[in-house]
Design a protein around this ligand. Structure first.
Ligand code: F0G
Length: 453
């Protein structure tokens, strides 16, 4: 029976270039992250999953000891079945699917946080914040890392490689250690939170310090992966995107698959934006959702590439997906302009200190499909956002505060309405202990609670 199913399902999943005019296809075992013409790739499934699976996913929440049901990622395995296995066969799942004993995504779901709602000025029933920091390595990255490392194992990779502002390296290091494969992480020297760096050491990853910023580290890691046979697990890898789709899946499931009006993310390399866009495109095509939530991407003021280009702040042109042909020359000219002026991305929220978002093309597609918006917030707004989340009893890092600050800003501008239902993603937990300590030591800060002697 299994043999028959495998034969039948052969070729149900494959890779396809995102550019509709190019559309080159590759087998699922390919490790290309781009087509021959330099466009990024999507994982495509031929099968249209039945909405009856909603019931299956719900039932799996009573895991009955099955770690693939406990996992908040693999609970949805039928919608990410690039391994093309029988998803009800636990032996097959165990053989293929990488999991840290079902912990990835397990504790992530949207919560109502009244103090954050009050600060934002939105109806408290309408605001949902989803902490992804309670993943085993402390950030949303684990959602996509299990799928990327699953593919790495499928193709027999001996070493995974990534560049990182810290969370990706922690996640990659953790799963590599658990799977017994090597892991090289390229980090911008001196620019990542100590708690993230210590995780990479702790998990036995080889750290390569790059003089420069994340964009320089990514370039070097991609070159080295190519030259020294490494498997790249950054979000340019289409299999990372597959796992990260479960972030909106979980949010939607908790809202009974009734779409919110908005899903809000901090924007860095735009892997999250891309994966949310792909998830919503698929769910809509399959008829699982009737309404398409709008995506809002929140950059930092000091690392605002997407917001600048999308909002026409460079050369007065609003960069758009444009049916798969975005003006890539405009993007190149923007990067040249940054280089010429010596403008380096700069924010205290180092997680999103990124000038060249590697997923900008898929990010534009996501914004197009969802009628999305992009904006920026300041460091102090992010700190307030982070702090008010804390006052609700939840932990998040400064970059995640961008979701709260961004919702507040967009409400102030009348873009998000008071009665809208909004899901904000809190991408990671605090790994830089001094950020809250410094914040609370300064009585001028909105939520400061300075110590007494
Ligand atoms: N929030 C946190 C906590 C992050 O660590 C990152 C990215 C983002 C938001 C941005 O997400 O790239 O999908 O737009 N961190 C990466 C890293 C770059 O290396 O850990 P994105």
């Amino acid at each position: 029976m299994i043999k028959y199913l495998q034969l039948q399902m052969q070729g149900d999943a494959y890779l396809k270039c995102v550019n509709p005019k190019c559309g080159l296809e590759y087998p699922i075992m390919s490790t290309n992250v781009q087509c021959e013409n330099g466009h990024v790739l999507d994982v495509i499934y031929k099968n249209k999953p039945s909405p009856d699976l909603k019931e299956t996913f719900y039932e799996r929440r009573d895991s009955k000891g099955n770690i693939f049901n406990e996992s908040g990622v693999w609970r949805f395995r039928d919608l990410l079945n690039f391994c093309q296995i029988d998803t009800e066969d636990t032996d097959e799942c165990s053989k293929y699917l990488v999991s840290l004993d079902g912990t990835e995504g397990r504790q992530s779901k949207p919560y109502q946080m009244s103090k954050a709602a009050e600060f934002i000025g939105i109806n408290k029933e309408g605001l949902w914040l989803q902490p992804e920091g309670y993943n085993p390595s402390g950030s949303f990255k684990d959602n996509g890392m299990v799928t990327a490392v699953t593919h790495a194992k499928m193709v027999g990779a001996k070493k995974i490689v990534c560049a990182s502002t810290g969370n990706t390296s922690a996640s990659a290091g953790m799963f590599a250690a658990n799977e017994g494969i090597k892991c090289d992480v390229y980090i911008p020297a001196g620019q990542i939170a100590p708690g993230k760096l210590s995780q990479a050491y702790q998990f036995g990853a080889q750290i390569i310090q790059v003089e420069g910023n994340f964009d320089d580290a990514l370039k070097q890691s991609l070159d080295d992966a190519k030259n020294y046979d490494g498997y790249t697990v950054n979000s340019v890898n289409p299999f990372r995107i597959e796992g990260q789709k479960t972030i909106p899946f979980r949010a939607l499931e908790y809202l009974n698959w009734e779409s919110p009006d908005w899903i809000v993310y901090p924007g860095g390399a735009l892997g999250n934006t891309s994966s949310c866009g792909k998830a919503l495109m698929e769910l809509y095509q399959w008829g699982w959702i009737k309404k398409i939530p709008r995506i809002a991407v929140i950059n930092s003021d000091g690392a605002s590439t997407l917001s600048d280009l999308y909002n026409g702040k460079f050369e007065d042109e609003e960069l758009r997906w444009n049916k798969g042909n975005p003006n890539t020359e405009l993007i190149s000219r923007y990067y040249d302009h940054l280089d010429k002026k010596g403008l380096r991305p700069k924010t205290k929220a180092t997680a999103i200190q990124i000038g060249r978002p590697a997923n900008i093309i898929k990010g534009l597609r996501a914004l197009e499909f969802t009628n999305g918006v992009a904006t920026t917030v300041s460091d102090s707004e992010m700190l307030d956002g982070m702090s008010v989340v804390g006052l609700n009893g939840f932990d998040c890092e400064m970059a995640s505060g961008a979701s709260v600050a961004g919702i507040k800003k967009l409400m102030g501008e009348g873009i998000i309405k008071k009665d809208d239902v909004v899901v904000g993603i809190l991408t990671g937990r605090q790994k830089d202990a001094m950020i809250p300590v410094d914040y609370h030591s300064n009585p001028k800060n909105t939520f400061a609670n300075p110590p007494k002697n």
